[in-house]
Design a protein around this ligand. Sequence first.
Ligand code: PMV
Length: 319
Amino acid sequence: MSDNNKALTRWHSACGKVILFGEHAVVYGVPAIAGGIQHAMRARLVPSAPKEIRVSIPKWSVDVCQGEHRPGTELFEAYLAFLLDKFQLSSRGFCLELEPTITHASGLGASAAVAVASIRALADYAERPLSDEDINTLAFGCEKIAHGSPSGLDNTLATFGGIQLYQRTGEQAQCSALQLTKPLRLVVALSGKQGFTAATVERVAMARAAQPQKYDAIFESIGNITARAGNALRHGELTEVAELMTENQMHLRALGVSCDEIEHVISLAMSQGALGAKLTGSGDGGAVIIAPGTSEEKVLATLRNAGVQCFTITLGDEP
Ligand code: PMV
């Protein structure tokens, strides 16, 4: 290894996430359930030219220096500026190198995972030990830069992983880990269209402002589904969990955040015997989660034949 490639910090990791129940409604104080995707992101610092500070994410073709402005890297420039200020590291030279295993703009919590893995690497370099609570708070600051008024769900899952029941009311966030009696196997499929969280959340906010009763009734229905799903997950009633996913999707359609690409993936999966499916994240693109039941092989084969990128995750099997 040449001197230039020697790591200044160890690798530090963060989770991605799938929202099982309650996206959008969670922004309005309704509980949501989400599961962490392990090993979604890792970050470390490696040496760079003196006083040069860079962010490099080769897999996403991101390579940008502090102070530079490039189309498509605005988010990373903003995160870097925010975190360098927090850690008082602006005068030193290094490259913050990130390795994702998930795609961005797909509803899988990539931006929060970038924030959490970066914070862990920078804190290590700055010799500033941080608790997970501190990391989560800083990552929430990054999420505000990315999404305006986020619920805080993504940074919480990126930091703590596991399966969390999450609720935000005003400034207060409550989060409790759900213990599953049976692991939940899911297929995660990319719709092929990018999702843009801030824009979709804003669209829902405007629609709600115009018709508050209609939208609040939808959020309330989603809240009921989330409550039933929490019980079903605790008791290992996974067929019911899958059916509740489909029910949640009906309400997401009514919110106007589904799209043809998402519906196409869902109908392909259901035609192969999947037990339930819904979009995950902000929607209007991004990813779909599918409970395949005993049809996992058929679902995966059919999706892949149709050119849909997909992978499997198992929630609730962490040691
Ligand atoms: O698209 P994502 O992965 O950032 O998820 C957004 C989830 C929302 O509920 C739509 C917004 C939020 O801040 O919780």
